[in-house]
Design a protein around this ligand. Structure first.
Ligand SMILES: [Zn+2]
Length: 343
């Protein structure tokens, strides 16, 4: 009786194991078979319990029979498991094979924005004279942006048409000059600083943006003359535009006296006249002048003892001229096809 049961059982087990081996998830199936036969309520486990209930005379033979079948099923199950594991390992090695001789994908590396590059180029030239870069807040008070710079209450640049106000007293700075005031309040002369950064005005077309960039410079020392200003800015024109011919035209700024605008000879036509310089042969590059003594009074400098000169350069315009960019808005569209050209 038990002999027949065991024969049937071992045949069944062999079939199940073969079936399992053919499956994709062979290892999982084999584990199920193991539980089915040798688990706590497995078929062999139950049989062994039955053997314990037999009479003392029948027990040894039945016990040995069950143990034989148990060992045989265990052995084929074990070899099936090893086989399935090997197969799994091999297929993994095959699918995860890596051809190290294939060419790699080069990562896309970003680059500095053309305006940042130009700002750094300009700063580097003035650094050779000992100017160091200082930055300040873009949201300013009326006092720092206007009052301290000698720009009276009725000055047209204070108009809502030109200045972006946040509240009565707070505004988006219209120039980086307030940074110079903040530095002069804390540092005694001599002083050589450059203040680059974003500034804001109500303006938007192909050559104006409501947000644009400036670099302003300030030098304060004893015995500073307009000759020093001309020397430093002429050097800058030669280094940056490779153009040695410059001219100064009288101008007006509330915070400098005298004030001037510096032009360089057009570096495209070299003075002959072209579309870029509107046939004039000259390009406007920057505004400058000797610091008005009343500005020194606002920051507690002795205006009898110290003089200084200041200048302001818009960054977008020289960048457009140097890089041949026709529309200022291209700088702020963040189109990677545009930006990639300046890597
Ligand atoms: Zn020209």
């Amino acid at each position: 009786m038990i002999r027949e049961t065991l024969e049937k059982l071992s045949k069944e087990a062999a079939e199940q194991i073969n079936e399992a081996l053919a499956k994709e998830n062979a290892l999982e199936m084999l584990e199920r078979i193991r539980v089915l036969y040798f688990g706590r309520k497995g078929k062999i486990t139950e049989l062994l319990k039955d053997v314990g209930k037999l009479s003392q005379a029948e027990r040894p033979e039945a016990g040995s029979l069950v143990n034989q079948v148990k060992k045989s099923i265990e052995a084929s199950l074990e070899s099936a498991i090893q086989g399935a594991k090997k197969r799994k390992r091999e297929s993994r090695l095959k699918s995860e094979r890596l051809d190290v001789t294939l060419p790699g994908k080069s990562p896309k590396i970003g680059s500095l924005h053309p305006l940042t590059q130009i700002e750094r180029d300009i700063s580097a030239i003035f650094a050779r004279f000992g100017f160091s870069v200082v930055r300040g807040p873009e949201v300013e008070t009326d006092w720092y942006n206007f009052e301290s710079l000698n720009i009276p209450k009725d000055h047209p640049s204070r108009d809502m048409q030109d200045t972006i106000y946040i509240s009565n007293d707070l505004l988006l700075r219209t120039h980086t000059s307030p940074v110079q005031i903040r530095v002069m309040q804390q540092v005694k002369p001599p002083l050589r600083i450059l203040c680059p950064g974003a500034v804001y005005r109500h303006d938007f077309d192909a050559s104006h943006s409501p947000m644009f960039h400036q670099i302003e410079g300030l030098l304060v020392d004893e015995e500073v003359t307009f000759g020093d200003l001309k020397g430093v800015l002429g050097f800058f024109a030669r280094e940056f535009f490779h153009e040695s011919k410059v001219r100064f035209r009288p101008s007006f700024f509330p915070f400098t006296e005298p004030s001037a605008e510096m032009d360089i000879q057009c570096f495209i036509c070299h003075g002959k006249g072209c579309v870029v310089c509107k046939q004039s042969g000259w390009m406007e590059i920057l505004g400058c002048g000797m610091v008005d003594p009343s500005v020194f009074k606002h920051v507690g400098y002795d205006a009898e003892r110290y003089q200084g000169f200041a200048f302001g350069i818009g960054i977008e315009r020289p960048a457009m001229l140097k890089l041949g960019i026709p529309d200022i808005r291209l700088f702020f569209d963040n189109d990677v096809r545009f930006l990639r050209q300046f890597q």
